[in-house]
Design a protein around this ligand. Sequence first.
Ligand code: AMP
Length: 282
Amino acid sequence: MIVIETALGIAQACAESSRPLGLVPTMGALHDGHLALVKRARQENQTVVATIFVNPTQFGPQEDLAAYPRDRERDLGLFRQQGVDLVFTPAVDEIYPPGFDTWVDVGALGDRLEGARRPGHFRGVATVVTKLFTLARPDRAYFGQKDGQQLAVIRRLTRDLNLGLEIVAVPTVRDPDGLAQSSRNAYLTPSQREAAPVVYRALRRAEELWNNGVIDAGQLRAEVKAVLEAEPLVESIDYVSVAGGESLEELDQLPRSGQIRAMVSVAVMMGRTRLIDNVILE
Ligand code: AMP
């Protein structure tokens, strides 16, 4: 495994690597969710490139950029175990050199849900992901369903900008009690950690109603909200969304048939920790 810190270095190494090449972007602090992406990439490609970059432009001024967990040596060890070929670990200046001022603006899709609570977040995500794509020129890139809106944004920008690679979605990896794995789970106190599976329980309630024939999105939102509100350690609910298709616009009714899928997604605060999760109804 080769670790590369410069943009020129990763571009050259990728250009010389055998194809197909699969890219797995991460912010490090690796858990089994990240490793599921790497495993899938390893199965499907000749070369696997992983990146570790805590991207400052996707954090708001009041967010946890400074506190975000970092453990480079542990992360590199885990990537090595999984048979990653190249790891790109750039410094901030390498991605955003002085004078950097070109941005990928994802439009309305980036303004709803997470984007409404985290202004500029998806502009930061879209910009760094586009840069990683243009440096590595991957044939495939791997993203988690856990960040469902991020996945939709990346699919959209790949199509809109004709980037010509395949975006592969990997199912959410959960702890045995249902909590979606996340680097930010490390912020939870023991009692918050114990209460946190309520998020997935609430989403499962929506799935159950849907399986029983409920197609009124308002009813699904209300029932998901009721499950979350019953947990005293849920300090506030940022949103409960039942959104459709690729645009993630809120639905009134779920389609009973056809191609359109719905994503039920929630964001809640548990103390100072923000938890997001989603399920797909299809
Ligand atoms: P992050 O390091 O949080 O930016 O995540 C890097 C990639 O891992 C993103 O594509 C995430 O969607 C994905 N990911 C994070 N958590 C999970 C999980 N629990 N299951 C599957 N993928 C995940």
